[in-house]
Design a protein around this ligand. Structure first.
Ligand code: NAD
Length: 487
């Protein structure tokens, strides 16, 4: 592997350290080893990043769109070229299996950069004839955008925010999660190598306080957060005080409805993908699996059979399909939910414990877990667990399934499996979610918008829609006749 990041922050085109900041470690959750020691950003580091971003943004916005597009495209190419080493670093940092990081992290970041590179060169306003006068609109950048990330997809989150932001002519200061600080520093290095102006994409490290300081900094024009609903509430409040733009990509408790005419193996595949990928640490996971009563026994039996075959182990081993959770604290939290499930009367159909043995003992591993006989009022059916815990509920009718699926304050995603075309679209139309999958689950290609409704968030990432959240419209009215003034 190439050299790891050499300092905590990347500001104004170079690595930067300030040892006065609160020290913290990046820990490989599979072994408990410390893989890097870092320092949280001090006010001086934050200030340096904001000044650099402000200056770089002015230069970047003055470039021809096609020149901006070329740089973003080069970043995408370099990320793809270095996918192996970026994925290894991501696996060390997040402890997600290398077989996942190789296909879902730097590569999806590169997809975003490539796709928004193509958008950068096609931003245009409209001309509006007004009789003798006319007007035109210009889509302008917002200025300096702050990105704040969660720990499950550090590179992807940084790129999903930076790609549309930079395509629109903004600069970015990004704060990764304190649990996964490393990979976005490598992305910042690549931006420089690709020819971006110094200061266009900066990375500063730290805990929530650093995120809060960035969100309320007077230079900040927009805050884009990927995180939990409680953090979203705080960041939104801070941003509102300065009338700043926001994008909020928050948590969920998404439903997946399996009708009795569905292809059962496909639906089980979707349910496993939507509960166990990344050890269940995915915001859009379909953690409430509603199965029509007639097929419940068959569904559960095959689900358990297939879950039993999941290979848990060293995330750097290409054969491993499931790694540990991100931290000991997260494992405690997930085990607490499993206890609540048992206590409140759900049937523990599979897993529920911690695997033991030499490979597992120093890590924060947990078994993929399936609860059946779950009811809507149980804690495991109401709260986001963010771990590999699948809750199986049964239903009789379509109306009942839709009403219960919508009975949550969240609205990030939803899925349904059926062979009935009319029902598929009718149900998708009734589900309260930012994205609905029919006969598939958790696919998030960059071409389509992604984001939540209700408590799950505001704004959209990806797709053309994202451009609207990183730009603002200016209208210019041109008077061509005499000024008609009553004075
Ligand atoms: P978190 O809310 O604890 O932290 C997210 C980020 O916010 C971190 O970088 C953290 O340091 C920062 N932060 C914390 N307090 C802050 C404050 N007061 N001001 C500014 N920044 C602050 O979330 P997490 O535990 O890292 O991630 C898991 C959560 O993220 C889950 O709820 C998950 O659903 C959500 N998530 C959502 C999406 C999405 O696209 N909707 C994607 C991934 C994760």
């Amino acid at each position: 592997m190439r050299a790891q990041p050499t300092a905590s922050h990347f500001v104004d085109g170079v690595y930067l350290e300030d040892t006065a900041g609160e020290p913290f470690d990046s820990i490989h959750a599979a072994t408990g080893e410390v893989i890097a020691r870092l320092h949280a950003a001090t006010p001086a580091v934050i200030e340096a990043a904001m000044i650099a971003a402000e200056r770089a943004q002015k230069e970047w916005a003055s470039w021809m769109p096609v020149e901006r597009s070329r740089v973003l495209r080069r970043v995408a190419d370099l990320m793809r070229e270095r996918n192996q080493e970026l994925s290894e670093l991501e696996t060390l940092d997040t402890a997600k299996p290398i077989q996942e990081t190789l296909v879902a992290d730097a590569t999806s970041g590169a997809d975003a950069l490539e796709w928004f590179a193509s958008q950068a060169a096609s931003i245009a306003g409209e001309a509006v004839p007004l009789g003798t006068d006319f007007a035109y609109t210009v889509r302008e950048p917002l200025g300096v955008c702050v990105g704040i990330g969660a720990w499950n997809y550090p590179t992807q989150i940084a790129c999903w925010k930076a790609a549309p932001a930079l395509a629109c002519g903004n600069a970015m200061v990004f704060k990764p999660s304190e649990l996964t600080p490393l990979s976005t520093l490598k992305v910042a290095e690549i931006f420089m190598e690709a020819g971006a102006p110094a200061g266009l994409f900066n990375v500063v490290q730290g805990f929530g306080a650093v995120g809060a300081a960035l969100a309320e900094h007077p230079t900040t024009a927009k805050v884009s957060l990927t995180g939990s609903v409680p953090t979203g509430g705080k960041v939104y409040t801070t941003a509102a005080a300065g009338m700043r733009h926001v994008t909020m990509e928050l948590g969920g408790k998404s439903p997946m409805i399996v009708f009795d005419d569905a292809d059962i193996e496909d639906a089980i595949g979707g349910a496993m993908l939507g509960n166990f990928y990344s050890t269940g640490q995915i915001c859009s996971n379909g953690t409430r699996v509603f199965v029509q009563a007639r097929i419940k026994d068959r569904f559960l039996e095959r689900l358990i059979e297939r879950t039993r075959a999941i290979r848990i182990g060293d995330p750097l081993d290409p054969e491993t399909q499931m790694g540990p959770l991100i931290s000991q604290a997260q494992r405690e939290k997930v085990l607490g939910y499993i206890e609540a499930g048992k206590r409140e009367g759900a049937t523990l159909a599979y897993g529920g414990g911690v695997p033991t043995g030499a490979v597992y003992d120093d890590g924060t591993f947990i078994e993929p877990t399936i609860f059946s006989d779950v009811t809507d009022t149980m804690t495991i059916a109401k709260e986001e667990i963010f771990g590999p815990v699948l809750s199986l509920l049964t239903f009789e009718s379509e109306d009942e399934a839709v009403a219960r699926a919508n009975g949550t304050p969240f609205g990030l995603a939803a899925g349904l499996f059926t062979r009935d075309l009319a029902r598929a679209h009718r149900v998708a139309g009734s589900l309260q979610a930012g994205i609905c999958w029919i006969n598939t689950y958790n696919l998030t290609p960059v071409e389509i918008p992604f984001g939540g409704v209700k408590q799950s968030g505001l704004g959209r990432e990806n797709g053309r829609a994202a451009m609207e959240f990183y730009s603002q419209l200016k209208t210019v009215h041109v008077g061509l006749g005499p000024v008609e003034s009553p004075y």
